[in-house]
Design a protein around this ligand. Sequence first.
Ligand code: GTP
Ligand code: MG
Length: 567
Amino acid sequence: MPLTVGTAGHIDHGKTWLVRALTGKDTDRLPEERRRGISIDLGYAPLELPDGRRVSVVDVPGHERFVRTMVAGATGIDFFLLVVDAGEGPRPQTHEHLAILRLLGVERGVVAVTKADAVDAETLELAIEVARELVPGAQVVGVSAKTGEGLGDLRAALESVAAAAERTESERPTRLYVDRSFSLRGIGTVVTGTLRSGAISVGDELRLEPAGRSVRVRSVQVHDRDVERAEAGQRVALGLPGIERSEVVRGDALVEPDAYRSSYRLDVELEEIEPIPDGARVHVHVGTAQAVARVARVGEHWAQLRLARPVVAARGDRLVLRSGTTLGGGSVLDPAPPRHRDRTRMDLVARGDVAATVRAPVRIASLRHLLDGEPAGVERAGDWIFSREWLDELEGELRRRIEAADPLDPGVPIPARPWASDVVPLLPFERRGARLHLAGATPSLGAREAEAASLANAVAEAGVRATKVEDADLARFLESGGRLVRLGPEHAIGREAYDVAREALVRECQAAGDIALARFRDLLGIGRRDAQLLLERFDQDGVTRRVGDRRVLRRRAAAGATSRRSS
Ligand SMILES: Nc1nc2c(ncn2[C@@H]2O[C@H](COP(=O)(O)OP(=O)(O)OP(=O)(O)O)[C@@H](O)[C@H]2O)c(=O)[nH]1
Ligand SMILES: [Mg+2]
């Protein structure tokens, strides 16, 4: 399993010299680094250990102003190589780098007390003693990069730590944080990083976040050698044609499509070195990314970090919070939480009970980043998950509304929500068009029976004269039961009266060929308005057709009238 060791330690304490003595590679390659004799950017070199195991070395700068670069280098390393100048002993960035390593969860490593050649034996012994107290449990080795003294012991110590190191993350989907990007003639844009989890092969399609762009991997190198496939823990360089060098920077993440989300918010469990007040403005370091954020504290140990730019993180990721100095860190509970300080939710997520945070339907894809496998203890329909409790409440609420609905039309519209087509079939209601009804329910009058009876009576008593109706729903209901015929939106006539009028109309038309409004009015002995309403209804019903100011029978109605008479 490929491992990465990262240096740590105060400026000028001899990190880069020691890496060169161990690997043969000078990682201070920038002209400015050479001129000033300090490291500015991260340096990388492969290191072969006595047992043949190859590990990657990340050399970090010690300068106070480059601590953020150190954090980017230290994120994702498996163990540390802390370098302390034998003559100077621990200095501020020795302590700060150690604190950052602890915050990042990098517990194991080796301490090299270097420049042994420049001090007397007694001073060296003392420095080693101080280092043992500073990092209890770590092997401490006195070395000199100049003379090579102690390098054998140092290699052996690194080997024993490497043998005990375990990567836990490699099972996760592919994720690589970019630590460098540059362009090479003939290849185009190249990005480098330590493959945090998963694998990358030539031809793979990955997503560049937070830009959300698809990229295709044209070439894969591990420590300057072309390979078909790189695995978790390896130091890789990827050729990404079709993307400008300026479009990909340190802090970006290359991930398996849809496996991670980028977010402006992170819910975290805080680890404070100094008190971090609510509302504090901090620099958040996560992966190789850094972003300014406000801290919204929740309860005693939690916070929502509200970032000025989105980052990619995963549950359990360690992060560092700085503002001039290192204030503390945290571990990610939810890498893409909703925007509110919800203590109950955070408590559930912290306990790993993600399903318990779900009530109303959410798309399962939106929770993938919090789940290790399939969600347990929740209901599922199509792409949606939701709680049983929510479903029961939805059913109860719809039932109440259906029961309160007009008995003439005893249903409610299907909720106009994106989950409706998946969730509604789980409910014990009958779907009729776009409405839900109780199973087998038919329209009924309920308490309006008396009202209905009096309307039906009034209409019957009026004979062929139209009756004004106030309640259009009631009229529609009575019409559907065959108890009246509506004339326009506001009038009605009895069913029998309608037939009488129709019969009169048909007979006249058959005798005279057509009929005018006045003639029809006189035939029935009714008013002009009622005659007009009736004729319009007959037009609608397909009995007559208007020709100028007269009406003629439609063929079908004439045939019907004939057959009726003959029957
Ligand atoms: N005598 C002696 N001097 C050393 C040894 N290692 C490093 N030095 C001196 O210390 C200086 C700094 O060493 P570097 O390896 O660049 O220190 P560094 O920790 O990488 O410094 P930064 O990256 O800037 O934090 C070198 O220029 C050497 O002069 C050593 O083993 N013996
Ligand atoms: Mg250096």
